[in-house]
Design a protein around this ligand. Structure first.
Ligand SMILES: *Cc1c(COP(=O)(O)O)cnc(C)c1O
Ligand SMILES: *[C@@H]1O[C@H](CO)[C@@H](O)[C@H](O)[C@H]1NC(C)=O
Ligand SMILES: CC(=O)N[C@H]1CO[C@H](CO)[C@@H](O)[C@@H]1O
Length: 488
């Protein structure tokens, strides 16, 4: 069966794309999404991290044979999985975990056990998930680089979303005239990301809009280019996909859903709309976490309206990464040095705390100016030894790299900001919360030849399990090859 974009649907779409400005750009909100300078100087910094008391942090250190390490809370993973699985929907929901946020096999297996499927960002992620036991048909791939073996993945049951015209062409050539089902990822012309204030200007975290390379530009759908490729190769468009990082505003989510649904009207064969991820999570005191029930309700209404108008009950997919894991992970480090540049003549200079971790483990502060809470715990690992004095310090990582800054100004990776913490001595434990998403999986791993940190899982009873060992020095260079003798 050939699918053709109906002229009526195209007209609706063109009308909608001109009202696309109705998606207000996400403005930085001083009160919630961007942490204010004063909240970084809380009267009394907490005596325990999100989920690690001094005693529990010490158990993690014992199990991982030292710091640094990443600890993940099963209780927090369970709660965020519950929230996502309860996302309001009209005609069925599939939750896909965006595994690039934290790809350890144990976490994939946990989400799989909860009925959560996988969103993969590369062919390698697909294979990694399959190696961890995720069935191919539970994996969907939306990638910037179509893997060379994509046809084999499709035959195994992996669902591929074509993310560019050339990807769609290659897909069509591989499956010409077979009515192969395909998904189309569309850049609807607007979008935002974690720290951007603009929907149209460039921001490193933008995943939609003219400054973003993700997905097929919406005008190439409305001008007939995509429909004609689909027709030329006899493909069947089964899924529409958008992922624009929409934040936590219900009105924005409803507009995103409506615009995305307008693309579903183009092909009668579409059964599923995937709205991507991008649900903001508050990591610091005073920051708001998206209320999925609140943003989901108007989205479910939009699906019902679509069904009334088009007689098709579409299934919904969401692809949270951050929401599922961000606050479930913490980086546990040791303060291995403390230096001062304060001069006797004035108040210039700072006290610096140096962690035994840094951009090699958590890149977000130095990449985006992202703010993570830092909690100082006593070296003894005993709650009774938590100190009461405070100190304003700058926290840095262990790399010989001036950008290895753990306390930037919010949104300004180049600028350092002092933070009031419990006074730390060399040897104390420093826990960086909110380190579950885009930390272990995205770092400058092995820079300065620091080994990759181990990972532990804290179960519901507070018992600690090693889920990845610390990398050895040899593992860092084991793939290097010798050149023949006499070359230099
Ligand atoms: C990264 C990504 C996600 C997850 O984004 P979060 O902001 O972590 O929720 C979802 N879908 C796609 C296609 C992605 O690339
Ligand atoms: C697909 O089928 C059409 C006719 O329906 C034909 O013109 C075209 O050559 C076929 N393409 C391939 C690659 O087989
Ligand atoms: C990729 C990775 O580090 N995966 C590890 C996650 O933890 C499990 C242990 O449960 C290991 O087997 C994986 O190798």
């Amino acid at each position: 069966m050939k699918m053709r974009a109906s002229p009526a649907a195209l007209a609706i779409l063109m009308a909608l794309s001109s009202t696309v400005d109705a998606f207000a750009p996400i403005k930085p909100r001083t009160s919630s999404s961007i942490i204010s300078a004063t909240s970084l100087h809380a009267e009394s910094p907490p005596a325990a991290s999100n989920f690690l008391t001094p005693e529990l942090a010490q158990s993690c250190i014992d199990v991982a044979s030292g710091t640094p390490l990443y600890a993940y809370s099963l209780a927090t993973l369970a709660k965020s999985a519950d929230d996502c699985l309860a996302f309001p929907n009209a005609y069925g929901l599939t939750v896909r975990y965006a595994m690039k946020a934290c790809p350890n096999g144990t976490i994939l297996k946990y989400f799989l056990s909860r009925g959560i499927c996988i969103d993969a960002s590369s062919g390698f992620e697909v294979r990694r998930a399959m190696d961890m036991g995720v069935p191919a048909e539970k994996i969907s791939l939306s990638s910037q680089e179509l893997p060379h073996d994509f046809d084999e993945l499709v035959k195994l049951g992996v669902k591929i979303n074509a993310c560019s015209i050339s990807q769609l062409e290659r897909f069509g050539q591989a499956f010409a005239n077979t009515s192969q089902k395909v998904g189309i990822r569309i850049n609807p012309g607007v979008g935002s990301g974690g720290f951007s204030s603009s929907a149209t200007g460039f921001s490193k975290t933008n995943v939609g809009g003219p400054a973003s390379s993700f997905g097929i530009w919406h005008e190439l759908v409305s001008d007939g280019t995509v429909p004609s490729i689909v027709e030329k190769y006899g493909l069947e468009v089964e899924r529409i996909h958008t992922h624009i990082g929409s934040g936590s505003d219900p009105a924005i989510w409803q507009s995103v859903a409506k615009t995305s649904l307008s693309f579903c009207a183009l092909w009668d064969s579409v059964t599923t709309l995937n709205l991507g991820g991008g649900y903001k999570v508050g990591r610091n005191a005073g920051e708001k976490t998206t209320d999925l029930k609140e943003i989901g309700a108007p989205v479910a209404d939009a699906f019902r309206d679509f069904a009334k108008e088009h007689g098709r009950e579409l299934k919904m997919e969401i692809e949270p990464g951050t929401y599922l894991v961000a606050n479930a992970g913490a980086l546990v480090t040791t303060i291995q040095d403390k230096v001062s540049t304060k001069s006797s003549s004035g108040d210039a200079g700072h006290i610096f705390l140096k962690m035994d971790a840094g951009m090699t483990d958590v890149l977000r502060p130095s990449l985006y100016g992202a703010i993570h809470p830092i909690t100082i715990l006593p070296a003894s690992g005993k709650s009774s030894d938590v100190g009461t004095s405070m100190e304003s310090v700058v926290v840095v990582g262990h790399c010989c790299e001036s950008g290895d800054l753990m306390t930037p100004k919010p949104g300004e990776p180049e600028a350092l900001a002092e933070r009031t913490l419990r006074t730390a001595q060399i040897g104390d434990i420093a826990v960086m919360d909110g380190s579950g998403a885009y930390c272990a999986g995205m770092s400058t791993k092995n820079y300065n030849s620091f080994p990759e940190a181990p990972e532990v899982l804290v179960d519901l009873g507070g018992n600690v399990h090693l889920i990845r060992k610390r990398q050895s020095l040899k593992q860092i260079y084991e793939n290097e090859c010798d050149v023949e003798a006499g070359l230099f």
